[in-house]
Ligand binder design. Structure first.
Ligand SMILES: Cc1cc2nc3c(=O)[nH]c(=O)nc-3n(C[C@H](O)[C@H](O)[C@H](O)COP(=O)(O)OP(=O)(O)OC[C@H]3O[C@@H](n4cnc5c(N)ncnc54)[C@H](O)[C@@H]3O)c2cc1C
Length: 382
């Protein structure tokens, strides 16, 4: 191993969360190194559906997601790149009365928390937003100014801005161990030992392995959400559509292709970096899309893939300080919906690490919440 390289903060993982946090820490004057075992954006942050959605967030995530939405609306000014971001409605469709009741209940719940961004739409109002939706659909819950963006373009924009702020980003550099050396941390790779005052675990689906090295094991499971892209269709949809009770996320891109996801899982494999699609599950996704938009029956599938993210049973990521070690921080396990949150989680991690303060309640995201099987199950993801 060659001589050590020193920095204030060492970030493990070059996804959107690692790059965003590195940028914010550097903007606060820290020297920062990001270590990425593959290439920046190679995993979830480059392979996702690009949905920028506050809609249907679990309540503990809402304040951070709302802050992220503010940053997304000005993303061009912040990153000098538009990230392919387009403002569009996100709309959650009720397929039956039970779904409608669920959406009404959710609307009451989030409004009672003081958030106004989700609006209930009756059948006619829903059809104004998505005229091509199937006749049997009854209404919807929507956020009118969420949207979608290009995943790689966004992650690379964070990377570029971080480099310009002085962050050193090293690709093909896998971290193999993290050890305390007095008040500092040693972060080992095959060729070099890095030393830092602080370390951030932003290792995505692999974040649980890093946490286990630090004596705080978590029940993070690998998760391989799948995507389908169709050929170009005449323009018919401006919104990003999800269903209240079946896995579907659905959007038509400006070039006419339709991107279909929603969280049906393929086969993940953390050891080979791989994820393989499950054709039967993909067929279910396609069938759901056809139910909701019957004219999709004539579309041709041109591409499919599965990505890799980490998922917890309660649907929330781990964000915050280590419970066992000083100056170790975590931001991983975003459960299939962490792309939208990248801008604000990076901002809050930068503040937490550089200034020691945080304006959000991070307790629901604590790494300790799994002790004694305490963290429960989530209503869905994607
Ligand atoms: C198919 C799919 C669709 C999705 N759709 C959406 C969506 O529409 N909207 C939304 O908000 N979210 C969506 N998500 C979720 C979102 O993409 C992720 O939650 C988010 O990108 C996670 O970012 P990250 O930086 O934590 O992880 P990653 O992007 O996975 O980055 C973690 C990085 O850490 C690196 N790493 C791991 N271990 C080590 C090590 N030992 N040494 C060095 N580097 C290491 C990995 O190589 C990886 O590059 C989707 C995810 C997928 C897979």
């Amino acid at each position: 191993m060659s001589t050590s390289v020193s920095a204030d903060l060492i970030v493990i993982g070059g996804g959107i969360h690692g790059c965003s946090a590195a940028l914010h820490a550097a903007m606060r004057g820290m020297s920062v190194v990001v270590l990425e075992k593959d290439t920046v954006g190679r995993h979830a942050s480059g392979a996702n559906a690009g949905g920028v959605r506050r809609l249907r967030r679990l309540l503990p995530e809402v304040p951070i997601s709302v802050r992220s939405a503010e940053i997304w609306l000005k993303i061009s000014d912040f990153l000098d790149d538009d990230c392919g971001f387009r403002i569009a409605p996100q709309i959650e469709v009720a397929e039956n009365e039970q779904d409608m009741e669920k959406l009404q209940k959710r609307h009451a719940e989030i409004t009672a928390q003081g958030f106004q961004h989700e609006v209930l739409l009756d059948r006619d109002a829903m059809r104004e937003v998505i005229p091509a939706v199937a006749d049997y659909c009854l209404g919807a819950l929507a956020t009118m100014d969420d949207g979608y963006a290009q995943p790689y373009q966004t992650t690379f924009a964070f990377e570029r801005k971080a480099r310009r702020a002085g962050v050193k980003i090293l690709e093909h550099t896998a971290v193999t161990g993290v050890h305390r050396d007095g008040k500092r941390w040693q972060v080992d790779t095959a060729e070099t030992r890095f030393t830092g005052s602080a370390v951030l675990n932003a290792a995505g689906a692999w974040g649980g392995r890093i946490a286990a090295w630090l004596r705080e094991p978590v029940p993070l499971k690998p998760f391989a959400p799948m995507m389908i892209v169709t050929d170009r269709l005449p323009h018919f949809c401006d919104a990003v559509v999800i269903l209240a009770n079946r896995p579907l996320s659905f959007k038509q891109m400006p070039n006419g292709t339709v991107v279909i996801g929603g969280g049906r899982p393929g086969y993940p494999d953390l050891d080979t970096n791989g994820s393989v699609v499950r054709v039967r599950q993909l067929c279910l996704s396609a069938a759901t899309a056809i139910d909701a938009f019957p004219h999709m029956r004539s579309a041709t599938v041109i591409r499919t893939w599965a990505g890799l993210d980490g998922i917890f049973a309660d649907g929330l990521p781990v964000i915050g300080r280590s419970s066992t070690e000083e100056n170790i921080y975590h931001a991983f396990g975003f459960c299939g919906h962490g792309f939208q949150m990248g801008p604000a989680v990076g901002e809050l991690m930068g503040e937490l690490i550089a200034a020691g303060t945080c304006k959000y309640s991070l307790e629901p995201f604590a790494v300790t919440r799994f002790k004694n099987g305490a963290a429960g199950s989530a209503p869905g993801h994607g």
